[in-house]
Design a protein around this ligand. Structure first.
Ligand code: SF4
Length: 319
């Protein structure tokens, strides 16, 4: 069963042009992205900064409104909901941001931070909310007395645990984890990742896990999608993608992943040039200006995302 279905999702930002200019240009942060996330799975989304993965996560939970396309959450088309229906659905979809320093109000004690959405949505009275706060603090490995402390009194890892608790307090089914460990020390990253894995099992959660770091995404994901310049270019089960990476961009991403064996070596694929601007996306395959396998057709025709083998999708003229 699918928890989330996305069809042809687009997010275009109009550019401010010079006065009297008739041309209209857009930053295409997301361009025709379709994917599904199954109930209970972790779908990892990987790609360079600026490829549109965070925009996708924010569109999904309607922090930003998409320009076009359709999002179906638990069988409901989000576009068809009125404001109060959307508020109800949003309680079941939460987000954990990259930076716990800026996502938590420094003037509020942790207990008040966690209590706030329960009271605002009239879900619980004061006593019930206090009990729920203690419960979720325990779920993320914190103690009841931490409810009286302020965010600056915690370490980075503890602060991210509080952000996770804030997402959990509403008892969601689906969480967008947007680079949740990127701002943490490497030693703390695995603790937070393991906590997310445990919570998913215990609470039957579904995650969209966004990161620029392929090794982090592989650690936690069942399936992985690779994004490049606002498009999904490859998607498959983690093991399948590792064994059989098809898209030249995915091959380059895997080639720079550290090898866990001492002395083991592998050939790195160094991509030429920078990620092009999403304002001037190259014609045809947007990757053709950096692709070591580019052919004449690549600069003329946009490759479609096709199912190359069971459950393995790729957008490349080579397949
Ligand atoms: Fe490279 Fe062409 Fe495939 Fe794009 S379509 S990834 S340019 S081979």
């Amino acid at each position: 069963m699918n928890e989330v279905e996305i069809y042809n999702l687009k997010k275009y930002y109009p550019l401010r042009e010079k006065l009297l200019s008739s041309s209209k240009r857009f930053v295409k942060a997301l361009d025709d992205v379709s994917l599904t996330i199954r109930k209970g799975e972790t779908y990892g989304l990987v790609g360079e900064s600026g490829c549109g993965k965070t925009t996708l996560g924010k569109c999904l939970i309607h922090i930003i409104k998409p320009t076009g396309g359709k999002i179906i959450f638990e069988g409901t088309d989000l576009e068809k909901l009125n404001r109060s229906e959307m508020l109800k659905v949003r309680q079941r979809m939460q987000i954990v941001f990259q930076d716990p320093y800026s996502s938590l109000n420094p003037r509020m004690a942790v207990g008040s931070l966690l209590r706030e959405p329960l009271i605002a949505h009239h879900l619980m009275n004061g006593k019930e909310a206090d009990e729920r706060v203690i419960e979720v603090l325990g779920m993320v490995g914190l103690k009841p007395f931490h409810a009286h402390r302020y965010p600056h009194e915690f370490s980075g890892g503890q602060r991210q645990r509080i952000s996770i608790a804030r997402a959990l307090v509403m008892n969601p089914n689906f969480i967008v984890c947007d680079e949740p460990v990127s701002a943490l020390d490497v030693s703390v990253q695995s603790q937070v990742l393991n906590l997310l894995v445990d919570l998913r099992k215990k609470m039957d959660l579904t995650y969209l896990f966004i990161s620029h770091d392929l090794s982090v995404v592989r650690h936690i994901s069942d399936r992985i999608g690779v994004m490049y310049l606002g498009k999904l270019v490859e998607s498959a089960q983690d093991a399948e993608l590792h064994q059989n990476k098809l898209h030249p961009y995915t091959q380059a991403l895997f080639s720079v992943m550290p090898v866990p064996k001492v002395g083991a070596k592998k050939k790195r694929i160094v991509l030429e040039g920078e990620l092009p601007s999403p304002v001037n996306v190259p014609p045809g395959c947007a990757f053709h200006v950096r692709c070591p396998k580019a052919m004449p057709v690549c600069s003329e025709q946009v490759p479609q995302l096709l199912e190359v083998s069971a459950g393995h999708y790729c957008a490349c003229h080579l397949y």
